[in-house]
Design a protein. Structure first.
Length: 539
């Protein structure tokens, strides 16, 4: 997972306490990728004002490409952007500078050779030219990227020349000019899976696992403005193998690296001169770290307790003190933990027959996805105000769709303003509250009931309603009634469709809606498309 700029985000206090805020709510899941395709390997970066840039690999009918999409703090989505051009493109990573410009890197191809590529998306959504980071004629893959406060990006990747690997780096300044390629390591058979963190002043810290012939140790090296300024240093102690290094850096430029030993102990170290700290018991893997501006680091991992896998969390304070281990386990097996500012954690929770994306933020644990869905690859990020965005992939038949949700943390109350009629300031916004099938008789469903939440009392105009299941599409008929800020739609299934749909069938409902305030002053707004997925069930 790429380590994009993590400054200007808050972390837990050293005690590990999290303050609950009941007014902060996750939105309903929304689609990010094109529903016709296979989306994989999502990554996110968020600017200080809450706008997220999401990147992923899209397996289309005729190409494998890197796509990107901007999502504002309120969940509004910009257009899907084709970042890569005319090549097989994989494993995208992204970082965003304080002005909202995103730098995307990925593994592209020149003929049969892998190369490291980069492209910037301006804050206005304009795609700048594609740049090749690795040297022509050489194999370069798995780039990562970070940015500083002035918009300068640093990327690192792995160069391969049989049988050796070498970690390399290159700077892209704010104007788009490329600096020289820097060799961070000598050739070795173990220099792979490097990770990167960049602070606001442009100091970069790169970590990687290196095999010295007898054991694997974690090493790192520092660059300033893309130029090497220090020697290679060992982070992990001799006498045991160490794997899966991750790194993050605070706003004062102090890095924290984490990894796990071969006995499954999660370890951490603040700078090369700090002490190595054991964070977990044995049998733990998959560490992730996020560091806030105060320098406190929040680390999550998965630990096998002999029966199940549990997600655990611990805070390493800037002064070196340790908070208690916090067990986030709520039953079943927990895998693939991720963490962002404000100690917002996300993971896959599995039980027999189901897997859900589960989050823990602001003191509350929630399921982000519905039971019975096939989901994977969770990722999470937050902005300076603690507003989070979570993304994951969900299998939809032969397609794999990228979905997301936003956590809005309300700002402090503003001074009272003169009363203004609602209709004069805004028009209705439609969100999804719930969806159910209604009144099935026997084992056959007759229709679907959807409850939609509006920003204030309004009327809806249903432009169209379609049902998709097993590749087939059918139009639905509707009667509706409006009650305050909730509109309940009863969508009748055509007889030919109802006859073949048993209770328990997975369906997708596609609504095209327009809303108008009942207070007057607003006409019907633009058409809004809402996609809802469910299994038909009795009510």
């Amino acid at each position: 997972m790429a380590r994009y700029l993590r400054t200007m985000v808050a972390a837990l206090a050293a005690t590990g306490a999290i303050t609950a805020d009941a007014s902060a709510e996750w939105s309903a899941p929304f689609e990010i990728s094109d529903p016709a395709g296979v989306a994989e390997r999502p990554q996110i970066a968020v600017d200080p004002y809450g706008t997220a840039t999401v990147v992923w690999t899209n397996y289309g009918a005729s190409e494998v490409a890197v796509h990107a999409r901007r999502i504002d703090p309120y969940g509004a989505r910009g257009p899907i952007l084709d970042v890569s051009v005319g090549e097989e493109a994989l494993n995208a990573q992204v970082a965003v500078d304080p002005a909202g410009n995103a730098t995307v890197v990925w593994t592209g191809h020149e003929g049969s050779d892998a190369v490291a590529r980069a492209r910037r998306i301006t804050a206005a959504g304009v795609l700048e030219p594609v740049k090749t980071l690795s040297a022509l004629g050489e194999i370069g893959f798995s780039p990562t990227v970070g940015v500083d406060a002035d918009g300068h990006a640093t990327s690192v990747w792995t160069r391969y020349e049989n049988p050796h690997f070498r970690v390399q780096a290159r700077r892209i300044d704010a104007s788009g000019a490329l600096g020289p390629i820097q060799d961070l390591t000598p050739d070795s058979e173990g220099n792979v899976n490097s990770e990167l963190a960049v602070d606001s002043a442009g100091h970069s810290y790169v970590v990687w696992p290196w095999n010295n012939g007898t054991e694997t140790v974690i090493q790192w090296r520092r660059l300033d403005d893309g130029v090497i300024v220090g020697p290679i240093e060992d982070l992990s102690a001799a006498g045991a193998n160490a794997f899966d290094p991750q790194v993050a850096v605070d706003d004062a430029g102090v890095p924290t690296a984490v990894w796990y030993r071969d006995d499954g102990t999660i370890q951490a170290r603040r700078s090369a001169t700090g002490a190595i700290v054991d964070l977990s018991e044995t049998e733990a893997v998959d560490p992730e770290v996020a560091v806030g501006p105060s320098g406190d680091a929040t680390v999550v991992w998965t630990r096998y307790d002999g029966v199940v896998n549990r997600v655990e969390l611990r805070v390493l304070a800037a002064d070196g003190s340790l908070g208690p281990v916090r067990d986030l386990w709520t039953g079943g097996d927990d895998l693939q933990p991720r963490v962002a500012g404000n100690a917002a954690a996300l993971w896959l929770h599995t039980e027999p027959g189901e897997t859900v994306v589960r989050s823990h933020s602001l003191g509350v644990t929630r399921d982000m996805t519905a039971a019975g869905e096939e989901v994977a690859e969770p990722e999470i990020a937050t902005d300076a105000a603690g507003r989070a965005i979570a993304v994951w992939t969900r299998v939809d038949g032969s397609d794999r769709v990228l979905e997301g949700a936003r956590l809005a943390v309300p700002a402090a109350p503003a001074p009272a303003a003169p009363a203004v009629p609602v209709a004069a300031t805004s028009c209705p916004v439609v969100t999804v509250k719930r969806l159910k099938s209604f009144r099935p008789k026997g084992r056959r469903a007759k229709g679907i009931a959807a409850t939609l939440t509006l920003s204030h009392p309004a009327r809806l105009r249903l432009e169209s309603a379609k049902l998709r299941t097993k590749g087939r599409m059918a139009s639905l008929r509707s009667d509706r009634r409006t009650t305050g800020t909730e509109t309940k739609l009863r969508l009748r299934l055509p007889g030919r469709v109802a006859r073949r749909l048993a209770v328990g069938t997975r369906v997708t409902l596609i609504l095209k809606l327009r809303a108008r305030s009942t207070a007057g002053g607003c006409g019907y707004g633009p058409v809004k498309t809402v996609r809802l997925r469910t299994k038909l069930a009795r009510i």
